[in-house]
Design a protein around this ligand. Structure first.
Ligand SMILES: [Zn+2]
Length: 138
């Protein structure tokens, strides 16, 4: 039997090239892992998750500034502005992914972003709480 290493289709003996992609057929397919095995450069790992998509965007921007590629995924029901006002919360969740080889750097950036003093626009300074700390869960 002959196989296309790209399409992973099986062809009759005597066929030398894949009719679909033109690749040279091989007698045996290499194990699937060779195609999917993640490397530190390609494997995405979860950096953090948050319920505030705006905060996720801020962190993503900070990571990009540091030259770290990120993937932002959001899940959960699509919640309109109205229900946000009514409920004060949504079930939305934003997940930030980075490649494994940049995870340590990304965590440093994340920490800096989360501990950085929040600069509020004039007249919008919130009342200081006792801790004086920015809680990302709030
Ligand atoms: Zn093919």
């Amino acid at each position: 039997m002959a196989y296309c290493p790209r399409c992973r289709f099986e062809y009759r003996e005597g066929v030398t090239h894949c009719p679909d992609c033109g690749a040279e057929l091989v007698a045996e397919l290499p194990p699937e892992e060779e195609f999917t095995l993640p490397t530190p450069e390609t494997e995405l790992v979860e950096l953090c998750r948050m319920t505030d998509p705006n905060q996720a965007e801020v962190i993503k921007a900070a990571l990009q500034e540091a030259g770290i590629a990120t993937l932002l995924r959001t899940k959960g029901p699509i919640t309109g502005e109205l229900s946000k006002v009514v409920d004060g919360a949504t079930d939305d969740e934003a997940l930030l992914y980075v490649t494994r080889n940049r995870l340590a750097e990304a965590k440093e950036v994340l920490q800096k972003v989360q501990t950085a003093p929040v600069v509020w626009p004039e007249g919008m300074t919130p009342v200081e709480d006792d801790e004086g700390e920015y809680d990302p869960e709030e």
